[in-house]
Design a protein around this ligand. Structure first.
Ligand code: NDP
Length: 501
């Protein structure tokens, strides 16, 4: 096989992938859109976007920046496929989803290797996310076999029941932090409930979706049921969500983009929007905790995947009575267990590196700041976008307490009372997730039920059961996904009223 014809698909281990990328003759892979069942080379009206390996800073892929015409082609393919797909039985759709799950699982290492190279995450972290992508398909493949719906009788004995049907073509748009996991969290329920789709991953991390296209082909999904278009937020994402034949949008990404999508679809009142947006999540540490366990949970919540998980707890509030005991243990634990290059990956891109650096520079310029760990990284890294975990105390008015940084940066702040802890936790425009660390059973509910967050984890973090509602409050979004909540996203309900004959 000539070097030029080798694809990521042909390089299933880290050794094979890295040695291929090191070859002097290496040329970036050219990703192709999946439209109507075919992988198509970029059309002449599309420019391309360079995709970089965050661990080295080298370009390794070229992503088509799909034009509105290409998006239109994909939406029409999905629209054409919709009536037949919507009419298939749940058991047939279930079989397709099982085949897709098996196809990813059989190439777990291939997906993990390329997810790690594309996003910067560690290989260990990538493996976890690939397993969760498999679970997304498995979960919805069985969910649709056991659905329940409501039936009621009026007092005049009229039977009423809810009938659900798939909404139609969906736009599925995902961000760069957990590329395959978040994209499949949308694709699996969308297909399971009988909708067809055009999906667009982030332009920064498109490779795992490109690999997934081949799995779809191997699973012999009918042409057009799922289409993948690559490209930037503008033109590709924007053309997709605004397309008049798209009936719904399931979007995960930043709050600013969520607002833009709202604005761009404001006149299409019937277009369904599910928006999973940003977060600035609090971790509350009460004085009654087991310190060692609390330190480990708070650290994982802060620094897993370099802090690039929307659910990361980047504001840690510690009860003052244990502040002096917690702080040095936390710093030491992070120093030992979150080592850059070992269990902390590189941040996703140079612009993101610079954004994180800018926040650390602002903090360093403020005399009220204390760096307990970490420092301001250099402006232009020589090789790869590596940032050491940073633990800071900052002034109450600091933007580091307000803005989503989305990197390995955490603030620590003391509090005195339970009430103050709740006020501080809720002092944010966001309301996605939170961690509550306490051994007091009554406090778990007393505080947990007052935190403005769609997800509250008590003495735990990132635990997921795929039937539970997932989503945020306030600027973290609208809508919930998971189990029956995903069914609400992808199906429309009509209520039938049938009198006794
Ligand atoms: P962005 O909002 O920048 O991008 C998300 C996706 O939207 C990308 O595919 C992007 O394309 C696309 N996009 C950008 N502009 C538009 C537009 N006008 N119309 C349609 N699509 C568009 O987010 P990031 O990729 O930077 O991801 C980080 C953000 O995602 C953080 O705020 C994080 O909190 C949030 N997030 C939320 C989660 C949740 O469940 N609530 C989970 C994970 C992340 P492109 O990248 O090609 O520009």
């Amino acid at each position: 096989m000539s070097s030029a014809s080798i694809e990521p698909w042909d390089l299933p281990t880290l050794d094979a992938a890295e040695s291929h990328l090191r070859q002097s003759a290496f040329r970036p892979f050219h990703l192709r859109n999946l439209i109507n069942g075919d992988l198509l080379a970029a059309s002449s009206d599309c420019d391309s976007i360079a995709s970089f390996n965050p661990k080295t800073g080298q370009q390794f892929a070229s992503v088509p920046n799909s034009s509105p015409d290409v998006v239109d082609q994909a939406v029409r393919a999905a629209e054409q496929a919709f009536p037949a797909w919507a009419a298939t039985s749940p058991s047939l759709r279930s079989q397709y989803l099982q085949r897709i799950a098996a196809g990813i699982e059989a190439r777990r290492e291939l997906f993990a290797v390329w997810e790690s190279i594309d996003q910067g995450k560690t290989l260990a972290r990538a493996r976890v996310e690939i397993d969760r992508a498999v679970s997304n398909f498995r979960y919805f493949s069985t969910y649709i076999l056991h659905q329940e719906t409501h039936a009621r009788w009026t007092d005049t004995n009229i039977l009423t029941y809810e009938h659900r049907s798939p909404k139609g073509v969906f736009a599925l748009i995902s961000p760069w932090n957990m590329p395959l996991y978040l994209l499949t969290w949308k694709i699996a329920p969308c297909l399971a409930f009988g909708c067809t789709a055009v999906a667009k991953p982030s332009e920064v991390t498109s490779v795992s979706a490109y690999l997934l296209a081949t799995v779809f082909q191997e699973a012999e999904l009918p042409a057009g049921v799922i289409n993948l278009v690559f490209g930037g937020g503008n033109p590709t994402g924007s053309a997709l969500i605004r397309h008049p034949r798209v009936k719904g949008v399931s979007f995960t990404g930043g709050t600013a983009t969520g607002r833009q999508i709202r604005r761009d679809t404001v006149d299409e009142i019937g277009k369904y929007l599910s928006l999973e947006l940003g977060g600035k999540n609090p971790t509350l540490v009460f004085e009654d905790v087991d310190l060692e366990k609390a330190v480990a949970t708070a650290a994982a919540a802060a620094f897993e995947n370099q802090g690039e998980i929307c659910l990361c707890g980047s504001r840690v509030y510690v009860q003052r009575s244990i502040w002096d005991a917690f702080l040095p243990r936390f710093v030491q634990y992070v120093r030992t267990n979150y080592v850059v290059g070992k269990n902390v990956g590189a941040v996703v891109s140079l612009p993101h590196y610079r954004k994180i650096r800018q926040y650390l520079t602002i903090a360093a310029d403020d005399p009220a700041t204390v760096f307990h760990l970490g420092s301001v990284p250099v402006e232009t890294p020589e090789s790869g976008y590596w940032i050491e975990p940073s633990i800071l105390t900052v002034s109450d008015s600091s933007c580091l307490l307000k803005d989503e940084i989305f990197g390995p940066v955490v603030t620590l702040t003391p509090f005195d009372t339970e009430r103050e802890a709740i006020e501080k936790a809720n002092d944010s425009e966001y309301g996605l997730a939170s961690v509550l660390l306490t051994n007091d059973g009554s406090r778990m509910r007393r505080v947990g039920e007052k935190i403005d967050a769609g997800l509250v984890w008590v003495n735990s973090w990132l635990v997921r059961e795929l039937g539970t509602p997932f989503g945020g409050m306030k600027a973290s979004g609208t809508g919930r996904e998971g189990g029956e909540y995903s069914r609400d996203v992808f199906t429309t309900v009509r209520t039938l009223h049938i009198p006794q004959a």
